[in-house]
Design a protein around this ligand. Structure first.
Ligand SMILES: [Zn+2]
Ligand SMILES: [Zn+2]
Length: 436
């Protein structure tokens, strides 16, 4: 038996008889640079080549996988009971982000629910997918905001190290004591990250044992395991953390999960953001009340009537997937279309733009010449238009049938490779997980 992450899919196994891809929806199965591949899709291909069974496991299957199952291309085995009986499903409720009695972004209802857990000797998890203290630093008098000099991104306030950090390129600088533009010394951290929630909870519940789990707190080897063991042993009352906490852990006395910042995905331009949010919310709410104690999930959102919220409350992933699939069908996005994304970056914006415009034209010429059912769009800047000093952009190609895309890609690649533009770095991402 070979156990491994995505690279394990290439292990040479002469007597291979079964492949299991657990949490098959997880985006980490896709290698995003160098040789790009999706280990789940490679595994499916390998199983077919070897004529052996493959199991794709997930409580929140990827929409592609779900569609294959619905169309009968994959068999569909359903687990209708939770792993440990008689755990019931947690009760899900929603509170507003605009609660005027909120404590550092945590609604009064959530704080009261945490307090009840402390009284009963049960554990709470407060989940926010944002590390650091606050996602930006603002000057209230002139409107200056701390930005990264090398990226089109704001710098994140890290209070413990008294730094401003860029989460895209790794740049770090000292936390300024005054606004560099107007000299105002009253700079204001805006928004909430794990460190800020931790601090607020420590102040509100001084007797509680509170631990934070994120990439910063677990940098030291063994730190994550120590906290996990603490939760099991009952020496932790409140956990604050990022998606590192979302999956795979079974904490018997954890009966409350609070979710903050969920709405960010609903505002995202990435067409897979909502699907990912759904997977995360279903996973995270699966952490509450896994044993005899009933669980409760409190999600802070401005959209309590969103189909995702309703489906989460009813523990009905299928229904939510149907809503998403209808949207994808209307927009001609996967799994109803096949995409290839040309992403390019260069130190100069005009070089990227010229390269991508020529690549887009070359793509359309190839489509005409070979009479293919493929649409090649005009170039657009990446959502993060500048990263680590490089300007970034992209061109999308879309086809209703995979066969058309497969015929198109070699022509397009040849045309792109013969384009001038020596300082432009590019990659052609087939079946991208999202836009750049
Ligand atoms: Zn200022
Ligand atoms: Zn940066």
């Amino acid at each position: 038996m070979v156990l491994g992450t995505r690279l394990a899919v290439f292990a040479p196994l002469p007597r291979l008889a079964l492949i299991v891809v657990d949490e098959e929806h997880d985006p980490s199965f896709k290698q995003q640079d160098g040789v790009r591949y999706n280990a789940r899709d490679v595994a499916v291909w390998r199983a077919r080549q070897r004529n052996v069974p493959i199991v794709l496991g997930s409580a929140t299957p990827a929409l592609e996988t779900l569609t294959h199952a619905q169309r009968g291309r994959y068999g569909w085995l359903r687990l209708t009971q939770r792993a440990v009986a008689p755990a019931g499903l947690p009760r899900v409720s929603f509170t507003s982000n605009r609660d005027t009695n909120a404590l550092e972004g945590m609604s009064a209802a959530l704080i009261a629910a945490i307090e009840r857990r402390l009284e009963r000797g049960e554990q709470s998890l407060v989940f926010i997918n944002r590390r650091g203290f606050a996602p930006s630093l603002l000057c209230g008098s002139c409107g200056w905001q701390a930005g990264c000099a090398r990226c089109s991104a704001r710098l994140v306030v890290h209070r413990d190290t008294r730094t401003l950090r860029c989460h895209h390129c790794g740049h770090a600088e000292r936390l300024p004591t005054a606004c560099p533009d107007c000299g105002n010394v009253d700079l204001c951290p805006v928004g909430h990250g794990t460190q800020r929630l931790e601090r607020a909870l420590v102040a509100r519940f001084p007797a509680a044992r509170i631990e934070r789990i994120d990439r910063d707190s677990t940098r030291r080897k063994g730190a994550f395991a120590a906290v996990r063991d603490g939760v099991h042993a009952g020496t932790v009352d409140i956990l604050v953390g990022t998606q590192m906490l979302a999956k795979g852990h079974d904490f018997p006395r954890l009966t409350l999960v609070g979710v903050l910042g969920a709405d960010n995905a609903l505002y995202s331009a990435d067409f897979r953001a909502t699907e990912r949010l759904a997977a995360l919310l279903f996973q995270v709410s699966g952490r509450a009340g896994r044993r005899e104690l009933p669980g409760e999930v409190i999600v802070q959102t401005d959209f309590p009537t969103h189909p995702l919220a309703r489906a989460l409350a009813d523990h009905d992933y299928d229904r939510f997937a149907e809503v998403l699939l209808a949207e994808r069908r209307a927009a001609m996005l996967p799994p109803f279309a096949h995409l290839a994304l040309l992403v390019a970056e260069a130190p100069r914006r005009d070089a990227v733009d010229a390269f991508l415009a020529a690549a887009s034209d070359a793509g359309r010429a190839a489509v005409r010449e070979h009479a293919l059912d493929v649409e090649v769009f005009a170039p657009v800047p990446a959502a993060l238009a500048r990263r680590a000093g490089l300007e970034r952009g992209q061109v999308l190609a879309q086809a209703p049938e995979r066969s058309a895309m497969q015929r198109f890609l070699p022509h397009w690649r040849r045309a792109i490779e013969s384009l001038p533009g020596r300082r432009v770095r590019f990659a052609l991402d087939v079946d991208p997980l999202g836009f750049a």
